[in-house]
Structure formats: C-alpha cells, structure tokens
Design a binder for this molecule. Structure first.
Ligand code: SAH
Length: 353
C-alpha cells in the first residue's frame, strides 16, 4: 500500500506555500543546470520531439501547492521557447501530486498571466499517470526522496534492521540504512519504468532531489542533522511517558538521500534513458536549522497520522511542535561545511529513441 503524506496545505503560517524557501533556494542554485539541460538537448532534434502541430507537454511530479512549481515551470517554458525561436509551440502543463495534495490552493494561486494551459494530475509518481509517449519534459524537485512506504523491517522488533528509539536511518545500524536503500531502489525503479513509457522519444527528465556523496553509507550522510532535533523531541516525550515507546519505535520517516552511483545503477538497469548530467550540488546554503514552521509544513501530516489517535487529539501534534521550537533554541545551526548533511542531487536524462 502506497502511503501519502502531503505537505501542509492552505496558505496559513504552517503551510508549505509559506514555508518552502529552502527548496526554492536549492532550485535557484540548480537553475543554470536545468536551463542548460533543456537547451542542449532540445536543440538537437526539436521538431521530432514536438511536431509543430502539437503542444509541448510538461509535467511537474510532486508539485505540492506552489509557489516553487510555478517558478520552475516558468524557467522550463522560457528555456524551451528559446530553443524553438519563432516557432514556439503551445504549452500544456500538468501539475501532479498525491490525491491528498491541496490542489485547491495550487489552482487558486496559478499565475494569472501564465503562458500555458494547466491541468492537475492526481496520483503517485511510482506508477503510470500519463498515456504512452505523451510527455516532452518531466520535472521533479525535492519529491523523489519520499519513499512509497517505510521499509517494514525497520519497524519489526525481530529484525536486525529494527530502528528502536530512532525516527530515521542517520547514525542508525547499518541494516537500517540498507533497508531504506533497498526500498528507495525499488521505488526509483518503478518511477523510471513509468516515465520511460510516458516520455516521448527524445523527451527529457530533469530531477532535483536530496543526495549524498558517493562512497558514504546512508547512516553517515543523510538529512540526519536536520532531523536530529525532531528525533530528540520525540525521544524526550517517550522518556517522559507522554507518548509510548512503542509509538516512537513504530515511527520512521520514509525519506532517503541516494548517492549519484546508486541512481546511476538504477537508470542503467532500466536501460531506456541516456544520462546527460548526474551530479551533486555544492553545499552553498548558509548555516541553519529547520524552523518549527518549515518542520510543520513538511511533516505535520505524517506526524499527525501516526501520533494522533482517539485517546489524544490535535493537542499532541501541537505539543510535539512546541517542544521542537524549544529544542532548537539550544541547537547550534548546521554549517555548510558539515559533510554529514545531504546536498542537492541534479539529474537530467533523455528518453532514448
Ligand atoms: N516540488 C515542490 C514541492 C516539494 S514537496 C518544491 O520543490 O518545492 C514534496 C512533494 O512531493 C509533496 O507535495 C508530496 O506530496 C509529493 N510526493 C511525495 N511522494 C509522492 C508520490 N509518490 N507521488 C506523487 N507526489 C509525491
């Protein structure tokens, strides 16, 4: 069963719409790579990719609620238009995310002066969402690190991969990281299989996601430093009896940061794509921590699904985030030199003919 934990909807203080600056900055850092991937690859055979009679079809997988998706789409359309010079095609843009994503706020915030036709496509990107060979360019930013589910072993007390007292694979036993890596491999293989059917020959796939250095083990290098204060908050609450240890042990974030080499193997196994670029982004971000608002925008839905039950109410979720606020007051910000944090991974692929 596919799990789905959308970003916090609406446009309130804890919404993704108001708290997605980190992802925006990372996309800005990768903008030149995205534009180059488009212009370089589309120049080669654009008429074959998009005959003048049909529209140029773009999709953003894991678009969330905006505004980052609108910025990305504008960048993509500008780059594609440049390569078509005076024969610019009409653009059809598909905004795709889980069914539970707040598509209402996404549609409400669609730019009024947009130069494209827009549509929403609900469903998981781990399976087919479009007709065969119907897409010209697929994009995804900061979404593919989400797994389809938490690997079962990490919540099984009889397994060597049981992740007791932790919420993630950072600094966990090697078997925990391995279980996550296997789940990620399976999910990415499903993603590439679906896209290899949907992309037209010569079509492009550009991905920005979190990644870690080649040669590092998952436990060594991950989003761990960002998530440590949340883990520590939940451990405190279990130790004080506010939540049960059982609840803590059965909570694991289904997120994974792969290395370029891990991604390369999955693409090669698929066989339908040519790799144009596959690289880690330099760590350019300033020292920081995830603010309570950013943490809530990203994780409120998964936390509330797990920790809210009939005996307690929204109260427990508020308590988790209010303790998180206090917790980070005592944390030193993470520096860009810290090699143990994930960085951006940029990937551009071309569907073989
Ligand atoms: N692309 C945006 C939003 C990233 S937030 C940006 O860069 O700011 C991650 C998004 O991925 C969320 O909206 C989440 O619902 C979506 N997502 C995660 N797993 C998904 C899946 N299997 N299928 C579709 N969307 C998914």
């Amino acid at each position: 069963m596919e799990e789905s934990f959308p970003m916090t909807g609406g446009d309130g203080p804890y919404s993704y719409a108001k708290n997605s600056n980190l992802q925006k900055e990372a996309a800005e850092n990768a903008k030149a790579l995205l534009v180059a991937a488009i212009t370089k690859n589309l120049e080669i055979n654009k008429q074959k990719i998009c005959p003048i009679s049909s529209s140029f079809r773009i999709v953003d997988f894991g678009c969330s609620t905006g505004p980052n998706t609108f910025i990305a789409v504008d960048t993509i359309i500008e780059a594609v238009s440049k390569t078509f010079h005076d024969h610019v095609p009409e653009f059809h843009v598909f905004f795709s995310d889980h069914v539970s994503n707040d598509f209402n706020i996404l549609f409400t915030n669609l730019p009024k002066d947009r130069t494209y036709f827009a549509a929403g496509v609900p469903g998981s990107f781990h399976r087919r969402l479009f007709p065969r060979a119907s897409l010209n360019l697929a994009y995804s930013s900061h979404a593919l690190q989400w797994l389809s589910k938490t690997p079962a072993e990490v919540e099984d007390s009889s397994s060597p991969a049981f992740n007791k007292g932790k919420i993630f694979y950072a600094k966990a036993a090697e078997q925990v990281g391995e279980a996550y890596r296997r789940q990620h491999e399976e999910d990415m293989a499903s993603f590439f299989n679906a896209r290899s059917e949907e992309l037209a020959p010569g079509g492009l796939l550009a991905i920005l996601m979190s990644g870690r250095e080649d040669g590092s083990s998952p436990a060594q290098s991950s989003l761990g430093p960002f998530l440590a204060p949340l883990e520590s908050t939940l451990v405190d609450m279990a130790n004080e009896g506010v939540i049960s240890h059982e609840k803590l042990d059965s909570f694991n974030l289904p997120i994974f940061s792969p290395s370029p080499e891990e991604i390369r193997k999955i693409i090669q196994k698929n066989g339908c794509f040519e790799i144009s670029r596959l690289e880690l982004q330099p760590r350019t971000f300033r020292p920081m921590i995830i603010t309570p608002e950013q943490c809530r925008a990203g994780f409120e839905s998964i936390i509330s699904k797990h920790f809210n039950d009939n005996n307690n109410n929204q109260n427990i979720v508020d308590q988790i985030f209010s303790r998180y606020s206090k917790k980070i007051e005592g944390c030193s910000p993470i520096s860009a030199d810290d090699k143990s944090i994930a960085t951006g991974l940029f990937l551009s692929l071309k569907r073989k003919s």
